[in-house]
Design a protein around this ligand. Sequence first.
Ligand SMILES: *Cc1c(COP(=O)(O)O)cnc(C)c1O
Length: 373
Amino acid sequence: MPTTSPKTITVTQPYLPPLADFVSYLEQIWDSKILTNGGPLHQRLEAELCRYLGVDHISLFANGTLGLVTALQALRITGEVITTPYSFVATAHALLWNGIKPVFADIDRRTFNLDPERIEAAITPQTAAIMPVHCYGRPCDVEAIQRIADNYNLRVIYDAAHAFGVRRQDGSILKHGDLSVLSFHATKVFTTFEGGAIVSPDAKTKLRIDQLKNFGYVDETVVVAPGINGKMSEVGAAMGLLQLTHIDQALSRRREIDSIYRVALDGVTGIRCVERAGSTTTDNCAYFPILVEPSYPLARDQLQQRLKEHNILTRRYFYPLISEFPMYRGLPSAHRNNLPTATQIAQQVLCLPIYTNLQTEDVQRVVEVIRSA
Ligand SMILES: *Cc1c(COP(=O)(O)O)cnc(C)c1O
C-alpha cells in the first residue's frame, strides 16, 4: 500500500469543454424559448453529425436504449433475434421490450464481436434479424454478417453504442446493416449527457423513425403507430454541438493513451492487450480492455482490487455476460456450453482507465501497479 494515497483515477471521464461555451448555448435556448421538439440546435446537431460521421440520415434520441427499442419497431422485427451475450445489458433488454426472443451466439476470440459462423448456426425459421455490437468500437465482420443476412433474408441492426467516429477505407462503419444505433451517454466518447441516435440509409426510414420517437405523430391530428417519447432536448443538442468542436482532439489523445499502454504493458507475463482493429480502420479507442490470463500472478478480480487499493478504478466490461442475468439465463442459447469464448473472456477482461484528460503520468501509475504484481 502506498503511504500517502494518490489521487483517484477513474475508469472514464467525460470531456467537458469550457463552461462559458456551454452557457452561451444556454443563452441561445433562453432567447429562442425552444426547449425541445426538434428545435434549432437539434436540427443543427443532426446536420453536423451527418457531416462529421459521414452518413446521410441521423435521428437523435434521448438515449441509446430508446434508439435500440425504436430501431426494432421501425423495422417491425418479431420472433427471434440473434445477438451477443458480450455487451451492455441494454442490447438484449431492447429485444425483450419488443417481445422478441433473444438468441445468444458466441463471440470471436480475437475481436470479441459475434462470430459469423455461430450466427449462421443459430438461425431458425423464427429468426428475423441479427443485432451485433461493434464491441469497444472495433468493427464487426460486417461483410460476413451481411452475406448471412442476404442468404437468409434477415435484417441487421447494429448496436453501435461504442462506435462513434469509427471508419474503414470504405467510410463510416455506421453505414453497414439496415440501421445503426449510437449512444451518447456520459461514459461514451461523445456525449450529450444522456443521448443516442439512429443512422438510417434513406429519408423514408428516417421519417418513420422520427415519427416513432415522437409518439407516432405524423402531423397535428394523425398518429400512425404506438410511438414513444424518444426526443433529445435542446440542452442535450447544445452539449453535442460543443463536443463536436473538440472531438478530433479528444479522439487523438485517446489514441495516444492507447499506444502508451501498449508499449508499457508489452512483455508483462499474463497481460494481453486486445489487438487494435488494424491499419485500415480508424478506431476511437473508446475502451482499453486487457485480458488477465492464468500466467499472471493475480486473478483478474485480485488485480482489480489491487488497482483499487492504489485509487485506480477499472471496470469488468463485460462481466457478467448478459446471458447470466435472471431474465435471460433460462434461454437455451444462454447456456455456457453454447458460449465458451464469451464465458472465458468475461472471466479475464478488465478495462483500464482511458479518457481525453487522463495524464501520461497517471497511465504510468496504472502500468506500474500492473507490472509490480
Ligand atoms: C451504453 C450502451 C447502450 C445504452 O446506451 P444508453 O445511451 O446508456 O441508453 C447500449 N449498448 C451498449 C453496447 C452500450 O455500451
